[in-house]
Design a protein around this ligand. Structure first.
Ligand code: 15L
Length: 269
């Protein structure tokens, strides 16, 4: 994999990957709706919208592997989720397939499975259980990925990212389970780009956290060896004295589960 496209390259994760992967591949092409730092050696920068197929086709040309980060990164209205995370996501896979891209790393999220109970360890085989409109869009993206893997032999990895923080440290008690550090995110992405070949993988994007509740045993072959442990930030997290509402505290997806909640938690097994 020599030529890499990062969509959403100006976002929080995109910026860290752009810097962390710099010089590692022949080309890193960076696509984003917003402004980006100018291209340096081995980089290209494109400004454009993933809803626009002409932009996507130009961005995909000559690319071996796409790291697809673009989209709304948190819960939002359907009016915002639909164009970016549904239409844009489908267009990205579709354009990649038409342009002969071999591999897609899709930035999914733990919120695709957020309504699983927190006391249960979850792995790649658990049923989709979205906790938000955002989570629904990630289930959709994973389904699109499965389709392009099975029907078009695109190699697809769905990365269910936990808590990636711009400040590079966990910010509440739950994130002692779900945190991923910047260097682990860069390393995991490089593992997915550089692996000799896979069909379809679901990977949890987390560091080597002591309190980790997401099981990555199925993807040991990818060579991901996270270095960081959220527990090293325990004292700082306790000092923040954060708390969770009674709904959020029961489920992996936490605050996304509590948002707009009108259900009965006793019915959610
Ligand atoms: C996500 O998918 C969001 O993008 C991020 O902002 C966090 O909310 C994170 O999940 C999380 O679960 O902590």
């Amino acid at each position: 994999m020599k030529n890499i496209l990062i969509t959403g390259a100006a976002g929080q994760i995109g910026k860290v990957l752009r810097a962390g992967l710099k010089g590692r591949y022949r080309l890193i092409r960076c696509l984003d709706l917003g402004g980006q730092a100018p291209a340096t050696a081995g980089e290209e920068v494109i400004q454009g919208d993933i809803r626009d197929l002409a932009v996507l086709d130009q961005a995909m040309s000559g690319i071996d592997c796409v790291v697809h980060l673009a989209g709304v990164p948190v819960e939002d209205t359907w009016e915002k989720i639909l164009p970016a995370n549904i239409e844009g996501c489908y267009n990205t896979f579709d354009s990649a397939q038409r342009q002969g891209v071999k591999r897609m790393i899709f930035a999914s999220s733990n919120h695709a499975v957020g309504f699983h109970r927190r006391e249960r360890m979850i792995d790649d085989t658990v049923a989709p259980r979205p906790d938000s409109r955002y989570g629904i869009s990630k289930v959709f993206g994973e389904a699109v990925g499965r389709f392009y893997a099975d029907k078009h032999q695109m190699q697809v990895a769905c990365l269910r990212i936990g808590s990636f923080r711009a400040a590079n440290k966990p910010e509440d008690f739950r994130q002692l389970n779900t945190w991923i550090s910047h260097r682990d995110m860069v390393h995991l992405t490089a593992c997915l780009i550089e692996h000799p070949g896979f069909h379809f993988e679901v990977v949890y994007g987390i560091s080597n956290n002591l309190r980790n509740r997401w099981d990555n045993t199925n993807v040991k072959h990818l060579g991901y060896q996270p270095q960081d442990n959220a527990e090293d930030h325990l004292e700082a997290v306790l000092a923040l004295n954060t708390s969770e509402d009674p709904v959020s505290v029961q489920f992996h997806g936490a605050m996304f589960c509590g948002l707009e909640f009108k259900g009965d938690t006793d019915l959610i097994d």
